[in-house]
Design a protein around this ligand. Structure first.
Ligand SMILES: Nc1ncnc2c1ncn2[C@@H]1O[C@H](COP(=O)(O)OP(=O)(O)O)[C@@H](O)[C@H]1O
Ligand SMILES: [Mg+2]
Length: 214
């Protein structure tokens, strides 16, 4: 599958945030989006998964404009900005509730993903008692747990300890080999520079491809 972003612009009340963005995301690649705070990374990702509608231009998943069709891109999971869950439920219960929507996975898969993130020891704590890093990990777990084709992660490593970040980076490299489309946004380029296949920079309403010195 592929995702085509064609001439996409986004304005909020006449204020231009993004102008004429063009990019194609293909299977088996990790894409990095960098840029300072407020440069439009999160707005772009929200359009990519249909939370925001482009002011002009279109986004096609295998040729289908899902925003026009009023559907959600299937097999796509996203973590955009800070993870939000039901504070009164435990980490595990939150994931279980979300997994029930699709009914594709059960306890075993959920616990497995929690282990991968070193969150299993905290899975029975209420979300309201989670630290920032634990909340972030739960957000990543929600993206990973159903093995989606497209993974969209916004500032994924915020607040997560170095060792786990290193493991997650290795794991993302494995996932891309399995044919995933992975889109990562960060204001800290070093977080992702080593694992991305293509890098794009948001700057002054535009998004441009950056060459990778490897
Ligand atoms: N819902 C909204 N309404 C108005 N302005 C918004 C909205 N969401 C984001 N913006 C503005 O768009 C710009 C880009 O924000 P954002 O994409 O969150 O930046 P970042 O690159 O840090 O993720 C900022 O100026 C922000 O204030
Ligand atoms: Mg952002």
């Amino acid at each position: 599958m592929k995702i085509e972003v064609k001439n996409v612009s986004k304005e909020f009340k006449k204020v231009v945030v993004l102008h004429d963005v063009n990019v194609t995301f293909e299977e088996g690649k990790i894409y990095g989006l960098v840029g300072r705070n407020g440069s439009g990374k999160s707005v772009f990702l929200k359009m990519l998964c249909g939370f925001y509608t482009p002011t002009s231009g279109e986004i096609l998943y295998d040729g289908i404009n899902f925003i026009k069709e009023k559907t959600f891109p299937s097999d796509t999971r996203a973590l955009i900005e800070k993870p939000d869950f039901i504070s009164d439920l435990t980490g595990y219960e939150n994931l279980e509730l979300l997994a029930q929507i699709q009914g594709k996975i059960g306890k075993e898969e959920i616990v497995e993903v929690l282990k991968k993130l070193h969150l299993e020891k905290d899975m029975d704590k209420k979300f309201s008692k989670y630290s920032l890093g634990m909340k972030q990990k739960l957000g990543i777990a929600q993206v990973l747990m159903e093995d989606p084709k497209v993974m969209i992660l916004d500032e994924p490593f915020n607040g997560i300890e170095d060792e786990t970040v290193e493991e997650l980076r290795d794991w993302l490299l494995e996932e891309k080999k399995r044919g995933k489309i992975i889109v990562l946004a960060t204001h800290i380029k070093d977080d992702i520079a080593k694992i991305v296949d293509e890098l794009y920079k948001f700057n002054g309403e535009t998004m441009t491809k950056v060459s990778l010195e490897k």
